[in-house]
Ligand binder design. Structure first.
Ligand code: AP5
Ligand code: MG
Ligand code: ZN
Length: 218
């Protein structure tokens, strides 16, 4: 199964992707995570991406499409993938169609989790992420067992540099103007499925899983 996971910043794409990837044995490909790793490694691409990420803007399409294409060409993707946070513009959605055609793959579903803006701001400003394994927590809604320590790997938890209130507001504006239009794109192709992401993590997960299970059985 080749699945696209969409939704505004903080809707729970990463949280759901972590669980869905395990449930359906799919590689979890998050472009945001790829950029954060490149920043950590100090690569040229990372330096370039950071300029956009810290302002809450989008990294230019040609950079993003390049790294996704490279990643999708790896052998672990032939059986399926879970794309988290890509595509985010119409240009990226069109480029993805071309890449999939070249690689003889097809998109099975474009799943979106949606949450209203006020709640997104609460979620993002309270989020903590493991420096070592990338697992995501929330100080109030999904705390680690030991404060600031990852449950999975005992790594240190940190706050993402783009999770400040001003950057979060900018990311929401960018989502509404650049990314929302691709929902129509996938609706027209009959691939879109929207889920209410404002419910507890496990409820959202159960619904998306049941939906993907049906797609898989088709
Ligand atoms: P990216 O890392 O993808 O950030 P994002 O889209 O802004 O989304 P987030 O990761 O912030 O949120 P999420 O939906 O994954 O929520 P999470 O599960 O963590 O991208 C970062 C940047 O990279 C972009 O701004 C851009 O600059 C660049 N970039 C990436 N992809 C790009 C692309 N394709 N094109 C161009 N640029 C690109 O959950 C959030 C919090 O809420 C957590 O604390 C979690 O514990 C909590 N939570 C989750 N679900 C629930 C729930 N149901 N109830 C209560 N709390 C919950
Ligand atoms: Mg994420
Ligand atoms: Zn960890």
């Amino acid at each position: 199964m080749h699945i696209i996971l969409m939704g505004p910043p903080g809707a729970g794409k990463g949280t759901q992707a972590e669980k869905l990837a395990k449930e359906f044995a799919l590689p979890h490909i998050s472009t945001g995570e790829m950029f954060r790793n490149a920043v950590k490694e100090g690569t040229e691409m990372g330096k370039k991406a950071k300029e956009y990420m810290d302002k809450g803007g989008l990294v230019p399409d040609e950079i993003v499409v390049g790294i996704v294409k490279e990643r999708l060409s790896k052998p672990d993707c032939t059986g399926g993938v879970l794309l988290d946070g890509f595509p985010r513009t119409l240009e990226q959605a069109e480029a993805l169609d071309e890449v999939f055609e070249e690689l003889k793959m097809k998109i099975d579903a474009a799943v979106s989790v949606d949450v209203e803006a006020e709640e997104l701001i609460n979620r993002l400003t309270g989020r903590r992420v493991c420096r070592n394994c990338g697992a995501t927590y929330h100080m109030k809604f999904n705390p680690s067992k030991v404060r600031n320590i990852c449950d999975h790997c005992s790594g240190e938890l940190y706050q993402r540099s783009d999770d400040t209130i001003d950057t979060v507001k900018e990311r929401l504006i960018i989502y509404n103007s650049q990314t929302l239009p691709i929902i129509e794109y996938y609706k027209r192709k009959g691939l879109f499925a929207g889920f209410d992401g404002s419910r507890p993590i496990n409820e959202v997960f159960t619904d998306i899983s049941a939906y993907l299970q049906k797609i898989q059985e088709k």
